[in-house]
Design a protein around this ligand. Structure first.
Ligand SMILES: [Zn+2]
Length: 433
């Protein structure tokens, strides 16, 4: 693995640090040395990148996504959540296969990387294809098989798939981790959560995912205290949404150390409501940010989510109640905390997951270091994103993906997208007959 030395850049080490000029030495996937602007460093043996008038920040952590759903962007924009899910998403998903899922995930991960996401937490079917796409794009990924219960046979088949993907991909290149993903307590009965908890006992390190209280109607369908009683919540859980968590639910989330993944664009677009993020934070719950899938967001730009999360809270509880540093912490330090990984900060000994912005772009004007956090959260500077490093490797550099044939991937993606729409059209016509 190559040794890299990043010189002359402005560096924002974390959500609460000042932005200053530093040099960063990377070796074997890790940040091994950070030196001051004028400190001596023996550059011998290092590949040197002069990043003058550029800003390095920690890579962003997307804590809830469905990368394959990039196919469904724009399919059901102005509908209710039930029409969106039952009439548009689920029927289209029937037409996917392993190869299509691979190209959907490739396209989704590439979009994430070009918006500064270095880690993505993904729940879906086709976990082998998604893990392969993570391996090929270079993204750090936490992948879970979305588990639902229809028949005992179907349930067991999905769990077996989850375990098979675990055996094949867990710890691949030190950056792919496989966990379990029971979809939601309204698609999995409580006794199955109990069984699953027993299984997860053998996978103590795994990060597990679930959707909780995205829609208000879910409050009629199950109680969070019943889910707690199954033991599942205590297994390193990231719960997406939690829009309708009440005071009792907040206590349950807190005592089980559940991380809440907030997905503001998706929640607003589907009219799900406003998650009480500030209340979660004040209660000591770890809150992170997610893009959710492109079927409901529709973009996979985490900077937009940072912006939306801030706007939504300001407009609901007051503009002074949430600060940009708290928002950045959600996609950096809090994301890292949820995954128990040395990422989300630029520190010696941490993984070299970094993002580089080009400060020559008007998105960064006024070009004053004390305003850089403001520009990040309130100006969504995706256009000036210049490079993304994951595990010490450039996976995106000078706005290109080295080693990836982008045209070929986007062409296959387009072809499969057309096929899904043709199949869906035939299916819809047959329904009408
Ligand atoms: Zn989701």
């Amino acid at each position: 693995m190559s040794k890299i030395f990043l010189k002359n850049a402005y560096v924002m080490k974390s959500s609460d640090s000042e932005t200053k000029k530093y040099n960063i030495a990377v070796n074997d996937g890790k940040i091994i040395k950070i030196t001051g602007e004028n400190d001596f460093f023996d550059e011998n043996g290092y590949e040197i990148f002069d990043l003058n008038n550029k800003l390095i920040t920690p890579g962003f952590i997307n804590s809830h996504s469905h990368a394959v759903m990039t196919y469904f962007r724009g399919n059901s924009d102005d509908t209710t959540i039930k029409e969106w899910l039952f009439d548009n998403m689920l029927p289209r998903e029937e037409f996917l296969n392993d190869e299509m899922a691979y190209y959907g995930a490739m396209t989704g991960f590439m979009e994430m990387i070009s918006s500064g996401i270095t880690t993505s937490v993904d729940m879906y079917m086709f976990t082998d294809s998604i893990s392969k796409a993570a391996a090929d794009t270079g993204i750090r990924a936490y992948v879970s098989r979305g588990l639902s219960y229809d028949t005992q046979e179907g349930w067991e088949r999905r769990i077996n798939e989850n375990i098979e993907t675990y055996k094949k991909y867990n710890n691949y290149d030190g950056r792919i981790k496989i966990g379990f993903g029971p979809h939601a307590p309204y698609t999995v009965p409580m006794e199955k959560f109990r069984e699953l908890s027993e299984i997860i006992n053998d996978y103590k390190e795994s990060i597990n995912q679930i959707h909780i209280y995205e829609g208000l109607w879910e409050k009629e369908s199950y109680k969070l205290s019943d889910l707690e009683e199954t033991g599942f919540l205590s297994h390193n859980v990231i719960a997406a949404h939690c829009v309708h968590a009440d005071d009792e639910d907040i206590k349950i989330l807190k005592r089980n150390n559940v991380t809440v993944a907030h997905n503001p664009s998706s929640n607003m677009k589907l009219g799900s409501g406003t998650a009480p993020i500030k209340k979660f934070i004040d209660s000591g719950i770890n809150v992170t940010l997610g893009t959710d899938g492109a079927g409901s967001n529709n973009s996979l730009n985490i900077l937009k989510e940072a912006h939306m999360a801030s706007m939504l809270q300001k407009n609901t509880i007051g503009p002074e109640k949430i600060k940009k540093e708290e928002i950045l912490k959600m996609c950096w330090e809090n994301g890292a905390h949820a995954l128990n990984e040395k990422i989300g900060e630029i520190r010696e000994g941490y993984m070299a997951d970094l993002v580089v912005f080009d400060l020559n772009d008007e998105e960064w004007l006024p070009n004053n270091t004390v305003k850089f956090k403001s520009h990040l959260v309130y100006n969504i500077p995706k256009k000036s994103l210049y490079a993304t490093m994951i595990n010490g490797k450039w996976v995106y550099f000078d706005r290109k993906f080295p080693g990836i044939n982008k045209e070929d991937i986007y062409e296959k993606f387009g072809k499969y997208c057309d096929k899904i729409e043709a199949d869906f059209y035939n299916y819809s016509n047959n329904l009408g007959k």
